[in-house]
Ligand binder design. Structure first.
Ligand SMILES: N[C@@H](CCC(=O)N[C@@H](CS)C(=O)NCC(=O)O)C(=O)O
Length: 291
């Protein structure tokens, strides 16, 4: 790697070397599949192809919340897509998400399967399908969608910007870390001010806006992201802390967080989910013994 201070970009960028840094092996400048692979299909109407990252758990949290409300049509099979091994570039996955990123959903409940990709689109699709967690009346609906889209536009600065340069880049570049730490702290302050005046992001009710924002910014203030809690002084954002705790106390959130998770405490990892009983400790013990 050339030091950024000495780097003069060539006239035309060419892909002739690894970029370095964690996850460099999955980065490519071209789209499309790299190999043929048919996706597995389970018995439920909804087939989710995902991984337990902040983007992935948004969907499993919503599905668990819908099931907790009694929407049996939200039963789902959650299949593991190992992005570190390039599963997102398999032909079957690319058919469901041409952007090759988790999460991706296939709704097989109707005569023709419907593909849905981009977590914000999946949350909206499911909330509309089941008539839950997305207010129908204004101004709450507009507020919910505004915060939902805020997450989609803001989190790349947290993950792709701050997280990348603070934790994953091959060298620590002060300019990049300063730039994105500044932006992430500003975003936390935006949330803190909103949550000072409102219990949840869209108002008094918990909605898909909270479900989208919590895995990123709730996780950050709980110290789960990038080992950056002290660096960013996350304890100062008291209203975000209050909101993050309230959401983490929900049983459906605890279940949703476990699905497709490959890291952390093994007791919090349910690699695939095909039935509500998969969360039982006894079933998990059996699965572990069989593998
Ligand atoms: N805007 C997308 C972002 C999805 C995304 O970035 N997914 C990451 C994991 S958190 C991924 O699949 N990365 C694989 C890759 O970039 O090849 C969404 O909200 O669904």
């Amino acid at each position: 790697m050339t030091d950024s201070a000495e780097y003069t970009p060539p006239k035309i960028w060419v892909w002739n070397k690894a970029s370095g840094g964690q996850f460099a092996n999955i980065n490519r400048p071209i789209a499309g599949p790299t190999h043929e692979k048919v996706l597995p299909v389970g018995r439920h109407p909804l087939q989710l192809y995902s991984l337990g990252t902040p983007n992935g758990v948004k969907v499993t949290i919503l599905l668990e919340e819908l099931l907790a409300l009694g929407h049996s049509g939200a039963e789902y099979d959650a299949w593991l897509i190992k992005i570190g091994e390039g599963d997102q570039f398999g032909s079957g996955f690319v058919d469901v998400n041409p952007n090759s990123k988790i999460p991706a959903l296939l709704d097989r409940s109707g005569p023709t399967p419907i593909r849905v990709f981009e977590s914000g689109s999946i949350l909206t699709y499911l909330a509309e399908k089941f008539g839950a967690f997305l207010p129908t009346e204004q101004p709450a609906r507009a507020e919910c969608l505004s915060w939902l889209f805020w997450q989609m536009g803001s989190a790349p600065y947290l993950g792709g910007g701050f997280g990348h340069f603070y934790a994953y880049a091959p060298s620590k570049i002060e300019y990049a870390i300063d730039r994105f730490a500044m932006e992430v702290k500003r975003q936390l302050d935006v949330l803190d001010r909103r949550l000072a005046e409102s219990e949840y992001l869209a108002g008094k009710d918990y909605t898909i806006a909270d479900i989208a924002v919590w895995p990123w910014y709730g996780g950050l203030v709980k110290g789960w992201q990038y080992g950056a809690a002290e660096f960013l002084q996350v304890q100062d954002y008291k209203n975000v802390q209050r909101w993050a705790e309230a959401i983490f106390a929900r049983p459906a959130v605890k279940r949703g967080r476990k699905v497709n998770r490959l890291s952390g405490d093994p007791a919090d990892q349910l690699h695939e989910r095909h039935d509500a009983s998969d969360f039982d400790t006894k079933t998990q013990d059996k699965l572990a013994a069989a593998s």
